[in-house]
Design a protein. Structure first.
Length: 276
């Protein structure tokens, strides 16, 4: 029997990247999937977001694993829309066991910004990354409590949630602030929900081979400033992890193998956070 047979997972940012990878891995482990994605661009974010067709591709890939998936368009900044999508999924599948608060953006600009642009980036990144994570937990926790079976909430943070980097622009500062903020959210919920056997943890990836890290703006920056990112290099000989590398950790934290793991900040970072 698969490790997550009969369970249901809710994943935000499921249309591509890490979210898609998590959906496929948890489906392979036996879970059915409730997935949401904004499926629209955010003006301050310098790279294109996923579209509806990519969410549909995720659904097909999950179904190819023998699982079911309900995929909906919802913005994690809109609590009502997010809750409605999750409620529809729980009504369809009858339960909720696993929550992956994965949706996030990294709004960066390698140029001078106006104050208005800088503030817009700050606000959008905090709203998606931190408020969105809170909205995801707030929508999910009542279902986990109602099930009475415990559960696992996994927040996607970052190495930027454990170390201080990101530059001086609003987008980079908001990224670091939001990813640190997720740690505080996780630690508080972990203590509050432990008596109900609901485990809450954060995962902290280094750079991953997704659109967030591999996009025209970032590529141009690294080409123009080849020495601009030594502090972002990993001690192990790998520049970018693959989404599946993070999904393996998500699978572990979602499973009964981690049934007593809670309140943990878990790096998947090729040694990044430990380097001198």
């Amino acid at each position: 029997m698969s490790s997550l047979h009969g369970k249901v997972a809710f994943i935000t940012g499921a249309a591509r990247g890490q979210g898609r990878s998590h959906a496929i891995r948890l489906a392979a482990d036996g879970a059915d999937i409730i997935g949401v994605d904004i499926c629209a661009d955010i003006a301050s974010n310098g790279y294109p977001m996923a579209g509806r067709e990519e969410l549909d591709e995720t659904i097909a890939l999950v179904e190819a694993q023998g699982a079911k998936m309900l995929g909906s368009v919802a913005d994690v900044r809109d609590f009502g829309a997010l809750k409605s999508a999750l409620d529809d999924g729980v009504a369809k599948f009858g339960r909720l066991d696993i929550v992956c608060a994965n949706a996030g953006i990294a709004a960066l600009a390698f140029r001078e910004l106006t104050d208005a642009e800088d503030l817009e980036m700050w606000t959008d990144v905090l709203d998606v990354n931190l408020a969105g994570a809170f909205h995801t937990a707030k929508a999910a926790i009542p279902h986990l409590l109602a099930g009475g079976r415990g559960g696992s909430i996994i927040f996607t943070s970052s190495t930027a949630g454990l170390r201080g980097f990101g530059g001086m622009q609003g987008g980079g500062l908001a990224y670091a602030a939001s990813k640190h903020g997720i740690v505080g959210l996780m630690r508080t919920l972990s203590n509050a929900l432990a008596p109900q056997s609901i485990r809450v943890n954060t995962v902290h990836p280094t750079a991953v081979n997704t659109m967030m890290a591999v996009n025209p703006q970032m590529t141009a920056f690294l080409e123009n400033y080849p020495d601009g990112g030594p502090h972002l290099q990993n001690p192990m000989p790998v520049e970018l992890l693959e989404p599946e590398d993070i999904s393996a950790t998500i699978s572990y934290l979602a499973s009964d193998a981690a049934k007593y793991v809670t309140g943990v900040t878990l790096p998947v970072d090729a040694g990044f956070c430990n380097k001198l």
